[in-house]
Write a protein that binds this ligand. Structure first.
Ligand code: 5AD
Ligand code: SF4
Length: 465
């Protein structure tokens, strides 16, 4: 079944190739723009791979593109506003060159209300499709090229099919994304992701391990396992292979490389997972563990399935096994019903845990989520004040953590040269950014760097021989 879907997709790619050869004297260009999370970045790599196979050359310049596709995010209203703003800005291009094809896809389009809005208010968007239907893109593009009739299709958003083997063009061969599961079953009350990305589905572990082997063989040195809820990998596959197992299997692949993963849910962060992390040498010493709130009352309203005490115990356990682990987190400020006392509990917990970095968001109301129907009496101004207070607290903590690295040695994957300073840059095993001077022949190598300074979130140091 899956194979026949793949063959059908490849067949449409061939047909488009034929059309493009007939239609264009020089190779047509396509622009892919990505909003949102790494899962979207990964999805866009499939879109780029398919476009290249069709015969498009990829470009960053909208002015020279024959096809523009925006892969959108719906997690917060701001992300949607930006995407609509950017799509709006394409109108003059379309007026100048009516043959330009404009497509939208991703989480935003998976929401029926947004699909309607595209239909009504953005007539120059020719193709729109939701998440989990990348394999249908070639067919839609083929139909559009043939008929010039616009296509808005969000049918696949909740489909269960996982198509293996789609062409993929990786943006970065040194640091690679490896999706292992899709969708989310958690239904946190604020979150639109379960509504747009559908139910959890995990890839077969053999396909995952084979892809990791290929990546290592082709020179990848940093592999990030991706999933909306990555540590619930394997549930429903029925083969007894779960997230800690997949970590161990990839860790066993020969070669010098690093394994990362995101995003983890605290409720699925088992002892077994922490043990696997601590025992697998190649697994990076970093855990991104979204807390969302430090108030048990708010966590309950968020449907997070843990209390502040349980989260703190989890952190203790992780640190007992891995004393140097770097912890990062996501926090939502101003969830409906949150009072200043709840917020202070969040501040208290971030002071206790001392995350090296926080991703902080002001609550954004999302259509059709349970939280959208909850009473929210705190003003935007008040929420902004809390938000600033949290940022301020975290800044002090981050600075102290950065300071504590002075004089220490860290292992860094050298990724490139900073254009302005000419310094080499990369990430330490704990995911912190590091700059240092050295020869560009080191790009792609792991090096040891002794830290002597920092600037905001970037550690600075010198190479250790
Ligand atoms: N409002 C604000 N932040 C949100 N996030 C998810 N949904 C919302 C929302 N409605 C944040 C969470 C999540 C991160 C990816 O985005 O903190 O972990
Ligand atoms: Fe945006 Fe979330 Fe979808 Fe990622 S999964 S693209 S963050 S809405």
């Amino acid at each position: 079944m899956e194979n026949s879907t793949l063959n059908k997709t490849l067949d449409y790619i061939d047909r488009i190739h034929e059309i493009l050869l007939q239609r264009y004297d020089i190779q047509p260009k396509a622009l892919v723009r990505t909003f949102g999370c790494q899962q979207n970045v990964s999805d866009s790599e499939y879109i780029k791979g398919m476009l290249e196979k069709m015969g498009y050359d990829l470009t960053d310049d909208a002015g020279e593109a024959e096809l523009i596709i925006y892969n959108t995010c719906a997690v917060r209203e701001h992300a949607e506003d930006r995407a609509f703003g950017n799509i709006g800005a394409l109108k003059p291009y379309k007026e100048k060159r009516p043959e330009l094809i404009i497509a939208m896809c991703g989480c935003m389009v998976s929401q029926p209300a947004v699909a309607e809005r595209i239909k009504k208010s953005y007539p120059y968007v020719n193709i729109a499709f939701g998440t989990n239907m990348l394999e249908k893109f070639p067919q839609m593009l083929y139909e559009y090229l043939r008929t010039r009739k616009r296509i808005v299709d969000t049918s696949g958003a909740h489909e269960n099919a996982l198509v293996e083997g789609l062409p993929r063009r990786r943006d970065n061969t040194l640091r690679a994304w490896l999706p292992i599961m899709y969708g989310c079953n958690n239904f946190c009350t604020y979150c639109v992701v379960p509504l747009v990305r559908g139910r959890e589905r995990s890839r077969d572990y053999r396909a995952v391990v084979a892809e990791a082997e290929e990546l290592v063989a082709s020179g990848a040195k940093d592999i990030t396992l991706l999933g909306q809820n990555v540590n619930s990998y394997g549930k429903g596959n029925g083969d007894g292979v779960f997230f800690p197992d997949i970590l161990r299997m990839i860790n066993d692949i020969k070669g010098d490389f690093r394994i990362r993963f995101m995003t983890s849910h605290p409720k699925d962060c088992s002892d077994e997972l922490l043990r696997a992390m601590s025992e697998c040498k190649k697994v990076a010493g970093h855990l991104h563990l979204p807390l969302q709130s430090g108030s048990s009352r708010i966590l309950k309203a968020m449907n997070r399935h843990y209390t502040r005490e349980e989260y703190l115990r989890l952190v203790d356990k992780a640190r007992r096994l891995m004393p140097d682990i770097s912890l990062t987190s996501d926090i939502i400020v101003g969830f409906p019903g949150e009072e200043y006392e709840d917020f202070l509990q969040t501040v208290d917990i971030i002071k206790r845990v001392r995350f090296s970095m926080l991703f902080t968001f002001i609550y954004s109301k999302r259509g059709n989520t349970p939280a959208a129907r909850m009473e929210d009496r705190i003003s935007d101004e008040e929420k902004s004040r809390w938000f600033e207070e949290l940022l301020h607290e975290q800044e002090t903590i981050s600075d102290e953590i950065m300071e504590s690295f002075k004089g220490r040695e860290v292992r860094v994957l050298c990724e490139g040269v900073k254009p302005k300073s000419g310094l080499l840059y990369g990430r330490a095993d704990n995911n912190m950014s590091v700059t240092f001077s050295g020869d560009k022949s080191l790009i792609g190598e792991f090096v040891n760097v002794k830290i002597d300074d920092f600037n905001h979130t970037v550690l600075k140091g010198g190479l250790v021989n």
